[in-house]
Design a protein. Sequence first.
Length: 223
Amino acid sequence: MLRRLLRLSLIALAFLSGVVVLALLALKVINPPTTAVQTQRRVESWFKPGKYKKQHSQVPLSQISPNLQWAVIAAEDGRFFEHHGFDWTEIQHAIDEAFDDDQDRARVRGASTISQQLVKNLFLTTRGGFFRKGLEAAIVPLAELILGKRRILELYLNNIEWAPGVFGAEAAARFHYRTSAARLSRDQSARLAAVLPSPRRRSPARMDRYSAIILQRMTLMGH
């Protein structure tokens, strides 16, 4: 009985792995019509008052301002082009801060890379704790290998949430600033990047302090 369960588990794991690989291969050239997190938001809206309206536009990376690209990298994953999916330096910092009794709990940093966040958005949900993190950790190396950095960044910017129901840099630029993603200034880009940790609660207009920090990071990175 135990052997049979183990065999079935291995078969299921192999099947799911194959599905993920095929999906990633497709995502090299095809933009996803929706994502797991977008579907999650739609389902959540069924149990809340008011009408849910999804705004989602996808554009090539060449049509997203370099200001926004580098603002997001500076804010979310400064070593994006250096790591292979996991930023072990940030992970160690997060562990150190979590166990530092003098650390302000509200300021404990996250350590998720852009690659990890993309996998979560495409295939998983914002919920799930350690189980979701385990699945995420298994998929991230495949995403790095199959998609590459440029496509990961393109998919990330085109599918993450920037406000309630607003997904993708183009929709965010039009929603917040009535412009295109290609025309975003450095200040606008830094403010948009500043809302990403909590896009359903934060507003770019109130991100003066954090956006200034992001602009400083961009300058240090040569952008």
